[in-house]
Write a protein that binds this ligand. Structure first.
Ligand SMILES: [Zn+2]
Length: 284
């Protein structure tokens, strides 16, 4: 899909040196007020072939993706950068891209971090509060498949990771935001609000970060849940709908229900990410 992004003209006054003196010379330039933003979704990186699937890829596949992003001029940004851009308090680089990891798998620390450092990139990871709590008391000698809070903080301290909210305890395969049988709007709202705010509170208490974004488990969402997320103060929500996003300054709704492209095992980088190249931000 090709986006025809709008651009807004701003009068910029630059000081230009003339004959040893400085004079104000008005120049007109175009500052883009929208951008195409692909968001890619990962879960787990593992070299074990028996564990590879739609949500688990090899380190080589992950590195191939990063090399593709680097070779094609993408700059990775955080969700907070998209929020700042929309709110008019920040800018975006040319060809912004968001790398996301769902669920807080321990390979984010052991496999993703070294490769992100190698390619000088950033990523957003969304944790499930109850799982992070559970693995924070895990037997230190046992294999630990999910991140504990100290590891979450370790990732944040690198400056390459931003943590977001993936529910406290609604990560179940039965449809985490689906209405229960006979559940009224009020009860549904109370059930989801309680869980989402518990997760945000836990993340804030344990990391000092206030999540800006709710990442829907399994992408399960509705207009009702999106309205609720906004009411609770989330600036953005992430789904699993596979499309590139148009982010527009001043349009807070454009951050609600953002699409993401899942990266499965067994496909070439160009097959998964080729569509990222067909979108452009507003020209300057
Ligand atoms: Zn998940």
């Amino acid at each position: 899909m090709k986006f025809f992004a709008k651009a807004a003209a701003f009068l910029v006054t630059l000081l230009v040196a003339t004959d040893g003196a400085f004079a104000a010379s008005p120049l007109t330039t175009l500052i883009p007020d929208s951008a195409s933003v692909p968001i890619i979704m990962y879960h787990r990186i593992t070299p074990k072939r028996s564990e590879l699937n739609t949500w688990a890829i090899t380190p080589e596949e992950f590195e191939s993706d990063l090399k593709f992003f680097s070779d094609n001029g993408f700059s990775t940004v955080f969700m907070s950068d998209l929020v700042s851009f929309v709110q008019g308090t920040g800018s975006l680089p040319d060809k912004p891209l968001v790398i996301t990891f769902d669920d807080g798998d321990s390979s984010v620390l052991t496999r993703a971090l070294p490769l992100l450092e190698k390619y000088d990139m950033r990523a957003v990871f969304a944790v499930v509060g109850s799982i992070t709590d559970e693995y924070s008391t895990w037997d230190p000698g046992a294999r630990k498949p999910h991140l504990a809070w100290d590891e979450v903080n370790q990732l944040i301290s690198t400056g390459r990771f931003e943590v977001q909210n993936h529910s406290y305890a609604l990560h179940s395969s039965i449809g985490p935001t689906r209405r229960l049988k006979g559940e009224s709007d009020e009860r549904l709202s109370a059930r989801l609000s309680g869980d989402w705010l518990q997760a945000s509170g836990r993340i804030k208490d344990m990391t000092g970060t206030v999540p800006t974004t709710y990442v829907y488990p399994y992408g399960s969402k509705s207009d009702f849940t999106d309205r609720l997320a906004k009411r609770l103060g989330f600036a953005a929500t992430l789904t699993c709908a596979d499309h590139v996003n148009l982010i527009t300054r001043g349009d807070s709704d454009c951050l609600i229900g953002l699409g993401r492209t899942n990266r499965p095992h067994g496909k070439a980088t160009e097959t998964v990410c080729g569509k990222f190249l067909n979108t452009t931000r507003a020209d300057t």
